[in-house]
Design a protein around this ligand. Structure first.
Ligand code: MN
Ligand code: MN
Length: 290
């Protein structure tokens, strides 16, 4: 398999930075302190973000990332999901943890359920085996804890310059494909005391290239070229663009060149916890890269 060295490096860097980012979460800490830290730490490590760090709190399940001058602060009792990705020469890693700010007994239980589900998923993951076994393991752990897995968020196989390379890993028992050796896969159980479903909410500050649709405005053309060069199909953050580039972002979205992700919210406004690792499935063994 190609890129093993890069895959492992991306995994180690993501692991270390996630640990440090989680340690920085606390009462009255601005969300932007975490995103600034993650952005800088990835650069310092000689790697690049595979997507903007997601900082999703309470009923927000995913896809929230601070914009410039973001002034939101973490509050006591918050259930905070930090989800980050690193790539080395296009080879990605993807990992997430939940942090509870101060005390929140329900949040702690949700966090434990997501972590136990990820552990069970790792044990069920074998080359040549159906991913249904993984989904079943995740669903069992979370429902046994008295919660719901989020059914419309999934893990995903990954490849070079590709965060979703075809396979989905459900968080419940559902028919699925066999995972072949030499596959990189992110598994991410989400537990909730809500409905077990997410809905699309307001637009986020996370974007991704869809297609290099020709642009008429020179500024839009230039920005699109930069997105193709710097991010390819990896998601990027609004805060990574300069003020004069930002002017043309709506045009890229309107023309269908760029997708703007919506924030994902739990349907019944339940609390959501998440735990995620990237797994490298080999010929015989499975290794956690993050
Ligand atoms: Mn993730
Ligand atoms: Mn993922």
């Amino acid at each position: 398999m190609e890129g093993i060295k890069e895959i492992k490096k991306a995994g180690t860097i993501a692991h270390d930075i996630l640990k440090q980012a989680c340690a920085r979460v606390g009462e009255d800490v601005p969300y932007s302190e975490i995103s600034d830290f993650v952005d800088k730490a990835i650069e310092k490590a000689g790697a690049k973000p595979a997507f903007p760090v997601n900082i999703s709190v309470n009923e927000v399940a995913a896809h929230y990332s601070p914009d410039r001058n973001e002034d939101k602060l973490f509050e006591k009792g918050d259930v905070v999901k930090i989800d980050l990705g690193v790539h080395v020469d296009g080879y990605p890693s993807d990992t997430a943890s939940t942090v509870i700010v101060g005390e929140n007994p329900k949040g702690e239980k949700l966090k434990k359920a997501a972590e136990a589900a990820l552990k069970a998923a790792g044990e069920a993951l074998k080359p040549g085996r159906s991913l249904q076994e993984v989904g079943k393991a995740i669903g069992n752990v979370i429902t046994s804890a008295g919660f719901q897995p989020i059914r419309n968020l999934t893990g995903h196989s990954m490849a070079r310059w590709n965060l979703h390379s075809g396979l989905s890993v459900f968080n419940f028992d559902a028919p699925n494909e066999v995972i072949e050796p030499d596959t990189l896969v992110a598994i991410e159980p989400f537990s909730t005391d809500g409905a077990g479903k997410i809905l699309e909410s307001k637009p986020s500050s996370i974007y991704r290239l869809l297609a290099p649709v020709p642009q008429r405005l020179p500024g839009a053309k230039k920005l699109l070229q930069r997105i193709v060069n710097d991010y390819e199909t990896f998601p990027f953050a609004q805060r990574w663009l300069e003020a004069k580039e930002l002017l043309y972002l709506p045009q890229l979205v309107a023309s269908g060149a760029v997708h703007r992700y919506p924030v994902l919210m739990e349907k019944a406004k339940g609390l959501v916890a998440q735990s995620e690792h990237t797994f490298l499935v080999g010929e015989k063994d499975v290794e956690i890269t993050t």
